[in-house]
Design a protein around this ligand. Structure first.
Ligand SMILES: *Cc1c(COP(=O)(O)O)cnc(C)c1O
Length: 434
């Protein structure tokens, strides 16, 4: 597999280099030079395969020998030992549940695949690696779980003290082992600045191998295309064209869906469903990309993104042509009031508990399908378990739904409290990095 930068000012690289580098030197984003179409017989018979088998076929297609097929298969069965069921709510209305991984959010697919592939390459070379991440909540949990216990990799996670939810904090701080948490007396931006400074510290980098695990890494994007193919496989028996609604913030998830389409997955169109940070719906309407700065805080806070980082990739997949994008993506945005009504409606009409992000996806699908007049089958993506947003759920529904076992974390919080200075952070790193 060869990858190129969306800015075309950097040399092409292989898969291994792209994942350890993260970003190309021209500050664009890595995209595969070629996204191969899988055979028509794969798409014809995919309904006879389970999720891991579909993922293996998709991975072999896109990685094109970067990891030998037998090893890739073992790696996928190890990284993704959970599924992505499409739950039927009503005739032609389905919810694709992406929260059956260890942190109960869809970011588990990307984080686990990235951790396992990195570990595979490190084992071959005998090298060690340090992952540094700053988190405002959700990403940290998925990265912590994804890299937990992975040989040859040590993870340091920074989060702003008192500014992440209780469940999120426990997910970050109770694993132990190779996952270390630092609570910074400061904001998320301070955490990010500390990590950035460490990456610019040449002396530190000459002693330790550092990498980030942020969402623009191509190794986090690729595995997300797998569950789109699996959604198609589960709904194929309906014999209807599919509409897929994706609750979006940085647009990695939707970009992965478009990659699955390029690999031959039949889909009528996608819905880009956002909260009031509606940069992409606005772009689809006006043809102008206008970031919202600062981003607007909402109930679906993992989607509070005013300048979606994956947009250049999405645009590149449509050859920079807004018309081509419009043919395959419809954009809708929703306010917090509408999001709350969506949560209520899902519960009252279908006895389905959904988090605010999932509600946005549902509303987008509903709107699109009303405009279509019933000719499609629809699936909306559930990106997180409602239990991760219990206080919000309580205030919307007026009662407290029961927390699933995986979120009833009982371990003891272990985190190093730290003042927001680089000197302190650096001293910590020189003691703890491997
Ligand atoms: C990250 C996240 C999103 C947004 O996904 P993008 O790939 O950034 O568009 C949506 N919902 C939840 C729960 C998330 O954590």
């Amino acid at each position: 597999m060869r990858l190129q930068s969306t800015r075309h000012q950097s040399p092409e690289v292989g898969f291994k280099e792209a994942i350890f580098r993260g970003l190309p030197p021209d500050n664009g984003l890595y995209l595969p030079v070629e996204i191969p179409t899988l055979s028509s017989s794969f798409w014809q018979y995919c309904d006879q395969l389970n999720f891991q088998e579909i993922a293996t076929a998709m991975a072999c297609g896109i990685l094109q020998g970067s990891i030998p097929e037998k090893e890739l298969r073992a790696l996928i069965f190890k990284a993704m030992d959970f599924s992505a069921p499409a739950v039927k709510l009503h005739k032609d209305l389905y919810c694709l549940e992406l929260f059956h991984g260890p942190s109960m959010a869809f970011k588990d697919f990307g984080a686990r695949f990235m951790a396992t592939t990195m570990s595979y390459f490190l084992e071959q070379s005998g090298e060690k690696l340090n992952i540094l991440v700053a988190t405002s909540g959700d990403t940290g949990g998925a990265v912590a779980q994804g890299f937990f216990g992975v040989p040859g990799i040590s993870v340091t996670i920074l989060y702003p003290k008192g500014k992440v939810s209780q469940v999120q904090e426990l997910q970050l701080t109770t694993l132990g082992g190779n996952v270390k948490a630092i609570e910074v007396n400061g904001t998320f931006d301070d955490c990010q600045a500390l990590v950035k400074q460490a990456f610019l510290d040449e002396e530190l980098r000459s002693k330790y191998r550092l990498a980030s695990a942020n969402s623009i890494n191509i190794a986090r994007l690729i595995p997300q295309s797998f569950y789109y193919a699996y959604a198609y496989a589960q709904l194929k028996h309906l014999w209807k064209d599919l509409v897929i609604s994706v609750p979006s913030g940085n647009f990695g998830n939707l970009t992965a869906g478009v990659m699955a389409m390029k690999m031959g997955m039949p889909v009528s169109y996608f819905v880009a469903a956002t909260n009031v940070n509606k940069v992409v719906p606005n772009y689809l309407e006006s043809g102008e990309f206008q970031p919202i700065s600062p981003s607007i805080p909402t109930l679906s806070n993992a989607m509070d993104v005013g300048n979606p980082s994956n947009f250049p990739r999405l645009l590149a997949l449509f050859n920079g042509d807004v018309e081509k994008m419009r043919a395959k993506i419809k954009g809708f945005s929703f306010t917090d009031e509408e999001t709350k009504l969506g949560v209520k409606e899902l519960y009252e009409s279908y006895h389905y508990l959904a988090c605010p992000h999932t509600s946005v996806a549902y509303l987008g699908l509903k709107k699109a399908m009303e405009m279509d007049g019933g000719e499609h089958a629809g699936v909306f993506l559930s990106t997180a378990h409602f239990g991760k947003f219990l206080p919000e759920m309580e205030s919307i529904l007026g009662f407290s739904p029961e927390l699933p076992e995986a979120l009833q974390i009982s371990g003891k919080k272990e985190a190093t409290e730290m003042d927001n200075t680089y000197a302190k952070f650096r001293a910590y790193l020189t003691q703890h990095l491997i």
